[in-house]
Design a protein around this ligand. Structure first.
Ligand code: ADP
Ligand code: MG
Length: 357
């Protein structure tokens, strides 16, 4: 029997950078997906969160538009790369909320990938597993996403953020000062425009890079920006500054300077709101309320247009900030189903083999 624990992720800074080879710096969450599984001929898997189960033959299956496609997608990408893992009998549990901006989808993919890798000795390292997870979404489920989520879930270390260069795929841990806490506040806003807005932003900056003949947003100079049409200049200008902020934020964390780190987060929020157009009144209020209540800094996290915001707070006033944000939010948006989580920066996916008793 195998016990797999796959975290979710929260991005601290470096938003909308992971599809142009830019930098990002997420943490893995203590909230996690648990998978208890053992090898079998078929795949038979149940999900406690959805009170559902499914079964398929790992050598022949079709997508069915349900959650099971994330599991089938894992077999799809592995088989496309020439691997031939057998099936498994498994139960999905854990406490990671689904669809709350903590990337339960990447967590599920990596839980299944890491189990199969271990149980069937596939010999695939964690970086490759992360890239396979991204392909599950891109090629099988049909969700356009960068590599950040899967990298965080696969490679984070406990007590650290993970600096990722999404161009070179180099990643390294950045220790987080012990007195810092990470507060995530989900606005309860699910905007239908997220997918279309994400795709629109993505094609705008990809067009800008094409026009400049650059293959990474990190190679873009001020002089390059001046050559672009106004909208492309505005969008890519944000990404260029965001990449620089990630590097500064890494230095600030390394130096234990949480004031500086927080200021960078709040500046990142202003910039993504003003120049990438990815915020909304709910997210703006959460950021303002958190900073007013004494957070080091705050910003939207994830794609934006709803979803969640993240605030970095001192352990001493973490609860007070959370309560202050909750009450201001409830006053302003009484009908939104919001939720807040205090996150412990945790390790990436782990697999333990339990001996039978
Ligand atoms: P997020 O990744 O932000 O949580 P997504 O919409 O990308 O939101 O992914 C959520 C989907 O992933 C769920 O609707 C479900 O299909 C699948 N999923 C994630 N975790 C589980 C789980 N434990 N059991 C079943 N399905 C899951
Ligand atoms: Mg997801």
């Amino acid at each position: 029997m195998y016990e797999v624990r796959a975290p979710g992720r929260v991005n601290l800074i470096g938003e909308h950078t992971d599809y142009t080879g830019g930098d990002a710096m997420p943490i893995a969450t203590d909230l996690h997906t648990a998978l208890t599984a053992e090898p079998a001929d078929h795949v038979e898997v149940s999900s406690a969160a959805l009170d559902a189960d499914g079964r398929f033959d790992p050598t022949g299956f079709e997508p069915d538009g349900t959650w099971l496609d994330y599991v089938k997608g894992v077999y799809h990408v592995l088989r496309a790369d020439g691997y031939d893992p057998g099936g498994f009998r498994g139960e999905l549990g854990g406490d990671l909320p689904l669809g709350s901006g903590l990337s339960s989808s990447a967590s599920l993919e990596l839980a299944v990938l890491a189990f199969l890798e271990d149980a069937y000795d596939l010999g695939i390292d964690r970086t490759e597993l992360a890239l396979l997870g991204q392909r599950v979404e891109n090629d099988y489920v049909g969700v356009s996403c960068g590599v950040m989520d899967q990298f965080a879930v696969a490679l984070c270390r406990a007590g650290s953020a993970l600096h990722i260069d999404t161009g070179t795929l180099a990643s390294d841990p950045v220790p987080i000062p012990a007195d810092a806490r990470v507060l995530v506040f989900h606005t309860g806003v699910e905007r239908e425009l997220v997918d279309s807005a994400y795709n629109e932003r993505r094609s705008t900056v990809e067009a800008a890079l094409d026009r400049l003949g650059r293959d990474s947003s990190k190679a873009v100079t001020e002089a390059d920006l001046a050559e672009l049409p106004a909208l492309e200049r505005q969008r890519l200008g944000y990404i260029r500054r965001e990449n620089q902020r990630v590097v500064e934020a890494k230095d600030a964390l390394t130096a234990g300077d949480l004031d500086r780190f927080g200021d960078l987060l709040t500046a990142a929020h202003r910039d993504i709101a003003d120049n990438y157009g990815a915020s909304c009144p709910e997210l703006d209020l959460v950021v303002r309320a958190a900073v007013d209540a004494g957070a080091y800094g705050a910003r939207l996290t994830g794609a934006g247009w709803g979803g969640a915001a993240v605030a970095v707070v001192d352990v001493e006033n973490a609860d007070a900030v959370a309560r202050a944000v909750e009450s201001r939010y409830a006053e302003q948006f009484p009908h939104h189903d919001s939720e807040s989580y205090l996150i412990e920066p945790s390790a990436g996916v782990t697999v333990e083999r339990q001996s039978r008793s």
